[in-house]
Design a protein around this ligand. Structure first.
Ligand SMILES: C[S@@+](CC[C@H](N)C(=O)[O-])C[C@H]1O[C@@H](n2cnc3c(N)ncnc32)[C@H](O)[C@@H]1O
Length: 602
């Protein structure tokens, strides 16, 4: 390999690929073994043709400065705002009427927000910037120097300090400023405490229950939270007794948590606005994000936030608290809330097994193949057709390629009977016991071998109505039996099980009706990780829906569906008041009472 080719081969690898190679390829590994490792990872034979090639490659993947930088970038949630975006943000704030006298950039990085603010707000008298990374402090100062030398009209009193925001350096008192309106502007780190713990980083606030929420364990490591949320709250508290406003770029989940927190934490903020921008384009981050703007007040402020776009002038929607409910669109919710209640049929999550390699099979012409690519030849009794979120695109689902091994009829049930009844299946599962035993979730501890979760009578009902918890779409799908067997859903889906096709058709018609669709759109945040949850679905009172949606409109809807002839009798509505289901509903309410009334369901 020439030196150039070697360089190119190393350049093409990203940090995680280099790390994977370093793990398998020690410095003293002989070339023969190194070639075996590369062949086992990639299939490429004889990658290193000489000992020199091999040693040079090994040195090149060891000297990995980009990776070191990546790790610190991760630790510091480091996404420097492009100057163009910083300018667009400042222009928006100018248009919103802000004319600050003091600018505070709490984690200023290279200083693009400071430069953009000096260009936009001639009212600024004093600038204060804080940053933890020495390199950025120097770069920020150098860039400001260059800018101010070439544009002396922007000259102001500027102080850029190296420091840690968690040390509490940023408060009105610490800054000792009484020069009028303060704008706290910036882009706090994009990192969660879970990532920081994995990196063994100390770039965290000191342990405290920062949300002042009993039992939340917010900062004990038990729950995942964004560092940005902590920083926003710290700044709001630090600047309460001043004329300050805050404008920060952050993930929409951070803004949502903050607005949701206004109910329990009585935050002194008002005039809450979020202006969405394309975080993928600006930062290469796959998350929905916005500029969050709020005025810090002396009184307890708003419980809702308006949401619009940074670059377009569309009318905003308002999300936040509507009475005791936290909703995605307050105006829409007020129109759609007629059906809010408790569903008379309890929604269930699909089967959880955490081992798709072993438990999920794909149909090939005459046999099944598992996720590891092995042919699986076992008895068919415990193999059921499987639908995942991606199978629920149509309103009626009739084609399924996958299947699932269902080892139990109910949670915790003994499985050893399978040894006699399904000896080939038992042998197959035993041969993969290592993979099944390695499942990390504690729910599998001390359970019968090859246990699964999310299984019960409802799983074996022949007709299902289901929806994906992960997808943005709010439509529901009907799944009739496939190959004469009830369809199982995986744990990304929620389902209702029915004994008759008529009942399932009624449920499908009610759930895909306008009142339910409007209601879901008003309460659900489609950009949440799992927009639809059991708690969301349990809020749909199907009896109230049935009083608003006529049987004729359900028939009209069903007649347009492809895939099955769907009809129903009057008696098919009776499941809505079946004593058996009402008993389940009561159980649900008793189990959920405290959380259900707390109102926080996202
Ligand atoms: C998302 S970047 C944004 C930088 C800059 N505000 C901008 O908009 O371009 C976050 C910045 O926070 C800095 N940072 C991370 N942790 C910090 C801490 N504990 N105290 C002060 N700055 C910190 C990082 O070094 C990084 O420059």
């Amino acid at each position: 390999m020439s030196e150039m080719m070697l360089e190119e081969a190393v350049c093409l690898l990203d940090a995680s690929q280099k790390a994977a190679l370093r793990k398998g390829l020690g410095r003293s590994t002989p070339r023969k073994r190194a070639n075996e490792v590369v062949a086992s990872l990639t299939g490429i034979a004889d990658f290193f043709t000489s000992d020199v090639d091999w040693q040079e490659f090994r040195e090149a993947i060891a000297a990995d400065t980009p990776e070191l930088m990546q790790e610190s970038a991760q630790e510091y949630g480091d996404f420097q705002t492009p100057l163009s975006l910083a300018r667009a943000v400042c222009q928006k704030l100018f248009d919103e009427g802000y004319r600050p006298k003091v600018l505070v950039e709490p984690t200023c990085g290279k200083g693009n927000f400071i430069i953009a603010a000096l260009e936009t707000f001639p009212t600024i008298r004093k600038v204060f910037g804080l940053e933890i990374q020495e390199g950025y402090v120097a770069e920020c100062k150098a860039r400001l120097q260059a800018t101010l030398l070439s544009r002396p009209e922007l000259k102001r009193q500027v102080e850029i300090q190296r420091g840690n925001i968690f040390a509490g350096a940023l408060t009105t008192t610490a800054l000792n400023t009484d020069e009028g309106e303060i704008l706290i502007l910036g882009n706090p780190p994009w990192v969660t405490n879970t990532v920081l713990s994995a990196l063994e980083s100390t770039n965290l606030p000191a342990k405290s229950n920062f949300k002042k929420h009993a039992g939340l364990d917010a900062i004990t490591g038990k729950s995942n939270f964004d560092i940005a949320e902590f920083i926003l709250l710290q700044l709001v508290r630090g600047f309460t007794r001043s004329h300050a406003s805050i404008a920060m770029l952050c993930k929409n989940t951070v803004i949502r948590n903050l607005v949701a927190g206004t109910k329990e934490q009585a935050l002194p903020i008002s005039n809450l606005r979020a202006f969405a921008f394309d975080a993928g384009k600006e930062f290469g981050v796959a998350a929905d994000a916005s500029l969050f703007v709020a005025d810090i007040t002396n009184e307890l402020g708003a419980k809702t936030c308006s949401m619009s776009n940074l670059s377009e002038n569309k009318p905003p929607r308002v999300f936040g608290w509507a009475g005791k409910h936290f909703v995605a669109d307050v105006a829409r919710y007020k129109k759609a809330r007629e059906i809010e209640g408790v569903c008379s049929v309890v929604w269930r999550q699909g089967v959880k097994h955490d081992c798709s390699e072993v438990m999920e099979l794909t149909k090939e012409s005459s046999h099944w193949r598992n996720g590891a690519g092995e042919v699986v030849n076992v008895e068919h009794d415990r193999i059921f057709p499987l639908a995942k979120s991606s199978d629920l695109k149509e309103h009626v689902v009739t084609t399924l390629r996958r299947a699932m091994i269902v080892t139990q009829d109910a949670i915790g049930e003994d499985t050893t009977w399978l040894k006699q009844a399904n000896p080939r299946l038992w042998k197959y599962l035993s041969a993969h016991a290592d993979a099944l035993d390695a499942r990390r979730s504690v729910i599998y501890n001390d359970k019968p071998p090859f246990s699964i979760f999310g299984v019960g009578d409802y799983s074996f009902k022949p007709y299902k109505v289901a929806m994906s918890g992960f997808y943005k779409s709010s439509h529901f799908s009907l799944l009739p039996p496939a190959d004469g067997k009830p369809v199982m859903l995986d744990d990304t889906c929620y389902l209702l099980g029915f004994d008759s096709l008529g009942q399932a058709a009624v449920a499908l018609g009610l759930l895909n009706s306008q009142p339910v669709q409007d209601f879901l759109k008003s309460i659900v945040f489609p950009d949440a990780k799992r927009p639809y949850t059991k708690d969301v679905l349990m809020r749909i009172d199907l009896r109230k829906v049935a009083s608003l949606v006529s049987p004729t409109s359900i028939r009209n809807y069903l007649s347009q569906l492809e895939g099955a002839e769907l009809g129903f009798e009057e008696a098919d509505f009776e499941f809505l008041v079946s004593p058996e289901l009402l008993e389940e509903q009561t159980m649900f309410l008793m189990e959920r009472r405290p959380a259900y009334h707390a109102g926080r369901r996202r």
